[in-house]
Design a protein around this ligand. Structure first.
Ligand SMILES: [Zn+2]
Length: 175
């Protein structure tokens, strides 16, 4: 097993206990640590919250939602909203990196930062750049190639120019 296979294996283990076939009609609210088991031991997560990691994650509400899309932090109370469809069928490495990204926003929210500051475009918003820099750093540590990270960074609603600006801000080469 190569180093990257081993780290991917470890990431997949974090998702092993996910109840992927959640039943129920409405949105479901769960506690982060009960849903994503073992994340409180992940170095990248501890790097965000330090000694408060256990405390923050055990009080963080996750709303499993029928919304389409990926995941975001609710700007009213700082809870995490995740699309059920994304959890069920998304790429596990992408979901892992998204969780690291969103946990950065949880920290920013706790610090009183404005997460959806309309004065900035998405790719220029300081809170986004900070969260992307941190999850890209984790992606590189895991051994993901720049090409793979570019795939991760690109979203269907992002224009070519925006994408290039974001990649540059987080030090990922653009082919
Ligand atoms: Zn973000």
């Amino acid at each position: 097993m190569t180093a990257i296979e081993y780290t991917m294996f470890r990431i997949l283990r974090l998702f092993r206990k996910l109840p992927f076939n959640i039943l129920g009609v409405g949105n479901q609210k769960v506690v982060f640590t009960e849903f994503f088991k073992g994340f409180e031991k992940v170095d990248a997560v501890k790097g965000i919250f330090g000694e408060k990691t256990d405390e923050v994650l055990s009080h963080l509400t996750v709303e499993i939602s029928w919304i389409m899309g990926y995941m975001y932090v609710d700007g009213s109370d700082g809870h995490l909203v995740i699309s059920k469809g994304y959890l069920n069928s998304g790429n596990k490495t992408d979901i892992y990196l998204d969780l690291i990204h969103e946990l950065c926003h949880v920290k920013q929210f706790m610090e009183g930062k404005e997460l959806f500051d309309p004065r900035y475009d998405y790719v220029d918003r300081p809170t986004e750049i900070e969260a992307y820099r941190y999850c890209v750093q984790e992606a590189k540590r895991l051994g993901l190639s720049d090409e793979r990270i570019r795939c991760y960074l690109w979203t269907e609603w992002m224009g070519e120019d925006d994408f290039r600006r974001l990649a540059k801000s987080v030090n990922v080469s653009v082919a």
